[in-house]
Each structure stands twice: as C-alpha cells, then as structure tokens.
Design a protein around this ligand. Structure first.
Ligand code: NAD
Length: 370
C-alpha cells in the first residue's frame, strides 16, 4: 500500500500531515510513503529528511502538483481538500485529515460522489482507545499555548511580576474562558509566563484540572453538562445569567482568552460588547472561537480590532504558526489511525464495525476498501 502526503494548499497553512520519523515507522510496516515535493518545507522539514528515511518524492506533473502523492491508496492531509483537490483523487482512495464534516457537509457529499473513503479526524470518537489519535486535542494543545503567547505579545504589560530598581510591576491577570484542552494549556502557559491565571468553564469537574496547573477557578454557579460529559448549549436564562456574571468578572482582568466551543454549533457568546466596554483600556481579548462565530460579540474573525483601547484578536489557525511540533503531534495521531487500518504485512485490514473506523468515516464505505 502507498501512503501519500500532500503539500497543503490552504492559505497560511504551514503544517504537514506526516513527519520523517513517522514516515519511517510506516515504511517499517511495509508501506510505501510518497511525499509531494516541498510538503514539509514550511514546517522545517525539507524533502531530504523524508528521502533519508526511505520515503519517495512524488513526480512533479505538468500542472505543478505531484500526481503520485495524490494517487496513493491512503492520502494524508491537514486541511480539508478543495474541489480541485477532490477532483484529483482517484475513486477508492482512503483520505484522512481534518475534513470539517459538520462545518461543510457539501464537501463530504463531494467526497462521497467522488468515491473517496473519507476519515475525518474530528469525528474519531473520544474513547480512551483513540486517545493517541485525537488530533482535536493535539492541535488544541498547540492553540492554547500559542494563544497565551499571543496575548502576552499583544498586551502592553509584563505577564510576570517584576521588582526592579525602576519600580515594581504587578503580574498580569489572565482569565481563560473554557477549560478544555486549549484552555488548560493557555492557563498553564500564562502561569509559566508569570501571570496570575484564572479559569472558568460550565463543567465543574474541570475545576480540579484548572487548579492543578496553578490557576484559580472562577465559579459562576452555572453547570451545563450534556451528552458524553461535554458542555451543552445553555438555555436562554442560563446564558443571560452567565453573560451578566461574566461581564462583572471580566472587568477585573488584563487579558481574557476564550476557548469555549460546543461541537457542531456556533460558539457561545461569553464576552458581550458591554463586557468589552467594561474592560480597562490596554486590556486584551484573544478569541479562539472565531471560526465558529467567536466567543466575543465584537470579534472579527482573523482580525485584530481595537475597541476603546481594548485589543480583540481572533487568530484562525494558531497551530500553523508552530508547524514543526504541531505536525509531529498530528502525524502521530494519523499514524496511530493508519495502524488500525493496516495489518502487519502492510495490507488493508479495515474493520468497518470498529467504533473508531465507523465514527471517523464520513464518506464512502470502508467495506469497499477492505
Ligand atoms: P471544546 O474545544 O469542544 O470546548 C472547550 C471548552 O469550552 C470545554 O471545556 C467546554 O466545556 C467549554 N465550554 C463550552 N461551552 C461553554 C460555555 N457556554 N461557557 C463556558 N465554557 C464552555 O473541548 P475540548 O477541549 O476539545 O474537550 C473538552 C473535554 O473533553 C476535555 O477537557 C476532556 O475532559 C474531554 N476529552 C476527552 C478525551 C478522551 O477521553 N479521549 C479526549 C479529549 C478531550
């Protein structure tokens, strides 16, 4: 079997779906790895590092793309394929990557029509057996880390407390809304930078995790746990109450980082326009939910805006800004999934009834590949 690695074409994307040391692991299992020339360059992984472990480079075709890497049995991608990308995939290909099945169902239909078996990493069930394949978590970790660094950089203040001959500077106060994977990493990073960090979530069981990274827990008395232990959408009353209480709390912080998402839905508004007006000038909001509407009412996705001296930043792809480690973690997730699909002789051995395969498969029938 051949595993192809495409060079990402989405604007600003710098990650690559496979890194040399994990290409070596696949080759060790009897798979052929074909990499589109330049696929890893922006992640700091030139072609030579792939060929050194036995991967092959796809042949450049006349239109500039590498036909071979897209004509593999398994094709790995980071970002969802464009219409043209889909047109270049032969029927029967197993495509693995972020495919945004909830955000863009039309793309999933196009993959289905093209006869592609599409495994969306977002749809892998979050069972403990699939933990090593959890690309949402691995990339959220990077996002949380980068969000704290971005906030520190946008803030006109020091994060740590400083006592110097020129005076004493108090530590910055950082509030993180949503204490999932990204939120906890943002808290831990802000704390390591010396800020006074506080976390908030509607799932009370994360209070302990927030404290374990050295942050304080903000309790607003609203619990909203839905299916599978994930946050559910708040009722109108709960939302109004939450916004009121948060507006009061937010006024006391120099930095607010928001990471609250409800899978498949528009992001909840946690920072209202009124809350922004209540913040001191020179405060900063970093909103990680911009792609699904933002957690801040005044967020402009992908932009930095200034509202009365408060900077509101909505980065859309923080993992792309740290492509080497983001790619390494992502590639590890994908290789774990591939190992579930392939036997020790390097042949397809897909069990369509496996809950991980069945959950991840958003188009095409795995039976046909098997
Ligand atoms: P996410 O990105 O979907 O959401 C981020 C956080 O926002 C969550 O903690 C959520 O509770 C919170 N949130 C949602 N709506 C909110 C609101 N209105 N107000 C305040 N907070 C709100 O979540 P995630 O980081 O991908 O994962 C969430 C949790 O799932 C993790 O913390 C972990 O406990 C669990 N998880 C389990 C596994 C596993 O068992 N394999 C893997 C990954 C994550």
């Amino acid at each position: 079997l051949t595993v192809g690695v495409v060079a990402e074409t989405a604007p600003g994307e710098r990650r690559v779906a496979l890194v040399p040391k994990l290409a070596a692991r696949l080759i060790g299992r009897g798979l052929r790895v074909v990499v589109e020339p330049g696929a890893g360059r922006k992640a700091g992984l030139p072609d030579e590092l792939f060929t050194a472990v036995g991967a092959e480079l796809g042949a450049e075709s006349s239109c500039g793309d590498a036909a071979d890497s897209r004509r593999s049995d398994i094709v790995l991608t980071v970002t969802p394929p464009s219409e043209e990308d889909i047109a270049r995939l032969p029927a029967g290909t197993v495509l693995i990557g972020f495919l945004d099945p909830l955000g863009d169902p039309a793309r999933v239909e196009a993959l289905e029509r093209a006869g592609i078996t599409a495994l969306a990493v977002e749809s892998i069930p979050r069972v403990s057996r699939a933990q090593a394949m959890d690309a949402l978590s691995s990339q959220a970790n990077v996002s949380g880390y980068r969000a704290a660094l971005l906030a520190a950089q946008l803030s006109p203040r020091f994060f740590p407390m400083l006592t110097t001959a020129a005076g004493t500077v108090p530590p910055a106060t950082v509030l993180v809304l949503g204490a999932g994977v990204a939120g906890l990493q943002a808290l831990a990073t802000a704390k390591r930078l010396g800020a006074r960090a506080t976390g908030y979530d509607v799932r009370p069981e994360v209070a302990e995790q927030v404290r374990s990274v050295g942050a304080q827990w903000l309790d607003l008395g609203i619990e909203a746990i839905g299916d599978g232990g994930y946050a559910r959408e708040l009722t109108d009353d709960e939302r109004a109450q939450q916004q009121r209480r948060l507006t009061e709390a937010i006024a006391g912080f120099d930095v607010v980082i928001t990471t609250a998402l409800v899978p498949g839905r528009t992001a909840p508004t946690l920072v209202t326009a009124e809350a922004v007006r209540g913040m001191r000038p020179a405060s900063v909001v970093v909103d990680l939910a911009g792609a699904t509407g933002g957690n801040c009412e005044l967020t402009e996705p992908g932009e930095n805006v200034d509202v009365g001296g408060v900077t509101i930043s909505s980065p859309l792809n923080l993992p792309a800004g740290m492509p080497l480690h983001a790619s390494e973690l992502y590639a590890r997730n994908l290789v774990e999934l591939i190992e579930l699909l392939v036997d020790s002789e390097g042949r397809f051995a897909i069990d369509p009834a496996d809950e991980i395969v069945a959950g991840a498969c958003v188009a095409g029938l795995p039976e046909e590949v098997a």
